[in-house]
Design a protein around this ligand. Sequence first.
Ligand code: NI
Length: 198
Amino acid sequence: MRHAPVAIAILAAVAVGAGFALRERAAAPPTLRSGTALPVPAPIADFSLTGQDGQPFRRDDLEGRWTLLFTGFTHCPDVCPLTVASMAELRRRLDRADLQFLFVSVDPERDSPEVIRRYLAHFDPGLRGATGTRPDVDRFTAGLGLAQVVNPGVGDEYTVDHSTAFVLIDPEARRAGYFSAPHALEALAADLTGLPRR
Ligand code: NI
């Protein structure tokens, strides 16, 4: 029994080492092959948005899970429908409760929470949506490094130029990475599958 204290000491050292390794892994940026991970995740500035259910969309709606975010508008003729369909397909395929798909409308004049809710439900009712006042939306997207420009048209026929990138937000509500268009679904699915589980 004289060796017992030594064995315990070794076990303790292994346990400490393992704990350290787990913390290191949690803090490390995700490995992305089809996107670009930020070397250091960047906290998202405070924001004020409304979800598609009409309730405030807050920081805690981002915390505790991964988020793949896309900005667009429901009147978009091409990019948005294809991208939102991709989000629905990814959500179906990956089936991870700790990964949400968020569509933020950058056209709050036409896209009320109810309009967004009906739009997303057409693809997949499990997708999340949000928007806000024009200044709040602009501030939020600027904080993510995205931008949009409204192209004046006739009456209600204007369009909005918007980013085509996905933003990956980590479970601490920090910007973790970007996926630029064109989006390769298989590669994106592999990257999202590889995200550490929460
Ligand atoms: Ni669009």
